[in-house]
Ligand binder design. Sequence first.
Ligand code: GMT
Length: 378
Amino acid sequence: MKIGIVCYPTFGGSGVVATELGMALADKGHEVHFITYNQPVRLDFISHHLHFHQVILEEYPLFQYQPYELALSSKIVEVVEKHELEVLHVHYAIPHAYAAYMAKQMLKEKGIYVKVVTTLHGTDITLVGSHPTYKTAVEFSINNSDVVTSVSNDLKNTTNRLFNIKKDIQVIYNFIDVEKYDKVHQKKCNRIAIAEPHEKVLTHISNFRPVKRVEDVIKIFYEVQKEVPSKLLLVGEGPERVKAENLVNKLKISDIVMFLGNSSEVAKILCYSDIFLLPSQTESFGLAALEAMAAKTAVISTNTGGLPEVNIHGVTGYLSDLGDVQDMAKNAISILKDEKTLEKFKVSAREHTKRFSLENILPVYEDIYKSCYNSKVI
Ligand code: GMT
């Protein structure tokens, strides 16, 4: 099929899911067109089936804010028309579902009919989408998508609670290419570059926004390193980075905490890790936790949002109440206290990811595209 993918090109989870999906579809022979403002950061697969169309914004003195939705919807019209796309899959409702709706209407005027699949990812519903500033337009664009999917049952329920949604939302979990992580593990993981053999490695990966509670990550680690010799790897960039650095300095642990910045080598970094920390305020799914589990890493997280659908308490890791740093530290120590327990959690975490494998989830999206394309023109 000929599929257009609209997404954020950044390290955020929705951009990662969209990019991995596009690459997997191209690998299966579909023609995939990414439409976004930059080349997606995780786009590392070269194929003649993959295309990238950049949305360019024009400066004009009158604009305090450049109208991205306008430029995006015009670009969508151009790409759909030129490449005869059969379906558009937009990731993150704001503003992509809205821009896709506008593009669809413009195309209709030209006698071209394209179906729109919208995937809700989390903060487009929970933190931003339901804010009165955006709510009306978000609700409208969800209700006017041909198919709506969400990345967890929790996000589906939250969407139905916060908005007046008139169509069924199909839950399709985030997915993972499990084999990719196995390959990295099979190659020699140069763990000694990060930690001494007797030290454990704890990792956190995020875009360092307040919702991720990076200060809690540091507080949990502070408690853990008192009991278990260990190192903390912090991967990512964002508004909370300076606060995090200040806390590390204040607690005098800067020699055992490493800030690695943004990285597209997540699988390589995770091969060093024993425990992944995700104490988020809310998390619709927690793709970073799934990636960690695929790399045989146990997860210590909060029990918010869709996290209990991914991290199984007492099996793949532990869940705690939001902000309960002491409980999360206690749980991490209980896993790290002996090699047998640690290995048991690591193996279970890796095993559980099979449920979210690319080979299970990809056909679900393909079926949606097919039935969408074959359904009556609207
Ligand atoms: O929270 C992020 O890291 C970014 C955000 C995004 O939309 O880019 O991630 C959301 O989408 C991911 C992919 O579906 C989910 O795995 C994350 O849980 C979700 N983040 C939140 O809900 C906070």
